[in-house]
Ligand binder design. Structure first.
Ligand code: RFL
Ligand code: PHB
Length: 398
């Protein structure tokens, strides 16, 4: 039976909504999670792969760290390929011991779902016609249909964790929100294959005059690779053979030769976009994760930013219910946006440095290569890259 009232209604059961639910439950705050899709559909989306230390710590704090602790692959460096040569950046050495962990969004989402199920927390999957009401006043509610039956869930607060195409941001009056957006003129074609990663100790980011390529992993036997391609391409233009031939041409000779290939088990296109909506609070409605911002995946920041939003938002609700203070709620948007804009800058910069744009040309390619030479040889620039890659601190003076 669904309750008719809860403290926090969470819309969207992606990583943001699930993690927020786990943290609220731990703090004794009631919530209901409402998701448009089925659990299988949510798990079928292959997305992010790299977790910052802060994200891993938050998963542990939520009681969901076992998966990443058992199966996550800890990385101390990243590798940059340009002019057919590979260079390692000692990320851990340049950040006083910080690391990143390769662990897929699919696996993380599965851990969060199983945790939720084991606790019997209220979740509605395949909810249709989800609508948000009354958040500008004192009596917000979420209405939806499930199996043809209409439901109304009254609540104190609504957390809009429903991604870029969700209903939460779209429910806000246009004059109350400012949106900043940049759409990149290319996409990533991603392939998942059961072959050992070509470089298991580091993610490889490759700049080449044929376009960007990335080598990542999901385990020691499962690889996730990407190539930059025109936004107008479709998956069926890319046979497995064409993909493997192309990625080899964009890597240095040693990796290209070492790369093992096999049949793809998933293949998808991702458009690249930078997007921020300001503010992230509208009365009793709070946006978190992709509902409020998108980064191009180059810096591996999307999922990590979702996690830091959830950290700020769960702390704000805990301060409200446990400490009877509105300070966290009042500062949520400002605190979250300070970190988001820094991650937007990093993702935009790395995307600009590594990809071929229509205007890049021979001169632009030389400029990218000169900047990459400077980067790998300058401790200052390598440190800047590293401290952004492992994740900036949670709090800034704002
Ligand atoms: P999600 O994962 O989009 O989850 C939102 C959930 O809300 C549901 N929903 C609704 N539920 C109820 N009512 C409605 N009206 C609803 N509308 C939508 C959706 O079904 C969904 O289950 O957002 P969340 O939780 O904020 O998590 C964010 C991350 O998923 C995202 O930042 C990253 O995956 C971004 N991203 C990547 N990040 C990386 O760090 N590395 C990557 O390689 C990477 N690849 C990607 C990506 C995002 C992609 N998108 C958004 C298309 C590749 C793609 C294709
Ligand atoms: C991934 O594993 O999917 C991945 C890793 C690093 C990125 C983007 C995606 O920057």
């Amino acid at each position: 039976m669904l309750p008719a009232r809860t403290q926090v209604a969470i819309v969207g059961a992606g990583p943001s909504g699930l993690l927020l639910g786990a943290l609220l439950h731990k703090a004794g705050i009631d919530h209901v999670l409402i998701e448009r899709q089925s659990p299988g559909y949510v798990l079928g989306r292959i997305r992010a792969g790299i977790l910052e230390q802060g994200t891993v710590n938050l998963l542990r704090e939520a009681g969901v760290g076992h998966g990443v602790d058992n199966a996550g692959i800890v990385h101390h460096s990243i590798e940059l390929v340009f002019k057919n040569t590979r260079h390692a950046i000692d990320v851990t050495g340049l950040t006083q011991g910080k690391v990143v962990t390769a662990y897929g969004q699919t696996e993380l989402t599965r851990d969060l779902m199983e945790h939720r199920q084991s606790l019997g927390l209220p979740t509605v999957y395949e909810a249709t016609d989800v609508q948000l009401q009354g958040f500008e006043g004192n009596s917000p509610s979420v209405t939806f249909h499930k199996d043809g039956v209409a439901h109304t869930l009254a609540c104190d607060f609504i957390a809009g964790c429903d991604g870029y195409h969700g209903v939460a941001r779209a429910s806000v009056p246009k004059n109350a929100i400012t949106e900043y957006e940049k759409v990149y003129p290319f996409a990533w074609l991603g392939v998942l294959a059961d072959v050992p990663p070509v470089s298991s100790h580091a993610i490889v980011y490759a700049n080449s005059d044929r376009g960007f390529a990335l080598c990542s992993m999901r385990s020691m036997t499962r690889s996730r690779y990407y190539v930059q391609c025109p936004s107008t391409d479709s998956v069926n233009q890319w046979s497995d053979q064409r993909f493997w031939d192309e990625i080899r041409l964009r890597l240095d000779p040693e990796l290209s030769q070492r790369m093992q290939t096999g049949p793809s088990i998933e293949k998808s296109m991702a458009p690249l976009r930078s997007f921020v909506a300001e503010p992230m609070r509208f009365g009793r409605l709070f946006l978190a994760g992709d509902a409020a911002h998108i980064v191009p995946p180059t810096g591996a920041k999307g999922l990590n930013l979702a996690a830091s939003d959830v950290k700020y938002l769960s702390s704000a609700f805990i301060e409200h219910y446990v400490d009877r203070s509105t300070a966290g709620i009042d500062h949520y948007s400002q605190r979250a946006l300070a970190r988001i804009w820094r991650a937007e800058r990093f993702s935009w910069w790395l995307t600009s440095l590594m990809h071929q744009f229509p205007e890049t040309g021979a001169f632009g390619q030389k400029m990218q290569e000169a900047e990459l030479e400077y980067l790998v040889n300058s401790p200052a620039l390598s440190t800047s890259l590293s401290e952004n890659y492992v994740g900036l601190p949670l709090d800034f003076a704002t």
